[in-house]
Design a protein. Structure first.
Length: 197
């Protein structure tokens, strides 16, 4: 279990960073370096298409139904993550993440949905089913709710994101070793490689 109360909301991990981290941990460092640049400098065509696809959600133009929450900001104090959900059908308890084109269900896609689910559940919403919706071909993929083992693996990834040195890719827990020994031990029990400089 990741106890993110140690950090404030300003230092919370963006849910969108989870997929980036799984693809390449150093990409989070590069996002920080290029964050002040125009996105056209570093976005690929697929990333630009994804941004355009989310505009209707951000502007709440997808639907006028009161049962559909769209573009809702969410936060988990326990995990130290924040972001926005695409769609939550409150009547049917469905959480839907929209992607421009889905050709494969990557772990990062599932973990983004899990993160959104954790945030919604912490806020008191129930989630019965998870979906990834491919906009380009209007296909919907049901993602099974995470098992206990999948929850542990997901929480371990969140912990790795929090404590990775993005230049080296190593995990440095020097502060936690000194200040938060119990948390350090729980990370170590998850099988993480830990170093200190």
């Amino acid at each position: 279990m990741v106890h993110a109360i140690l950090w404030g909301m300003d230092s919370a991990i963006s849910i969108s960073a989870i997929n980036d981290f799984l693809y390449c941990p150093k990409s989070l460092y590069m996002h920080g370096v290029y964050s002040s640049f125009e996105t056209s400098v570093y976005h690929d065509v697929s990333q630009t298409n994804g941004t355009i696809a989310h505009e209707n959600i951000e502007e709440k133009k997808y639907t006028t139904s009161k049962d559909i929450l769209q573009g809702l900001s969410v936060y988990s104090v326990r995990l130290g993550i924040k972001g926005r959900i695409d769609l939550y059908d409150a009547k049917n308890k469905l959480l839907i993440e929209r992607k421009y084109r889905v050709t494969n269900i990557y772990t990062g896609f599932r973990y983004q949905l899990y993160a959104q689910m954790y945030c919604l559940e912490e806020a008191g919403f129930k989630v019965a089913k998870l979906f990834i919706h491919s906009l380009s071909d209007n296909r919907r993929f049901e993602i099974p709710l995470p098992s206990q083992e999948e929850r542990r693996e997901f929480e371990g990834v969140i912990a790795k994101i929090i404590f990775t040195d993005y230049l080296t890719g190593n995990i440095c827990l020097h502060y936690l070793i000194l200040k938060r020994k119990k948390f350090y031990l729980s990370l170590r029990n998850m099988g993480m490689t830990i170093y200190c400089n």
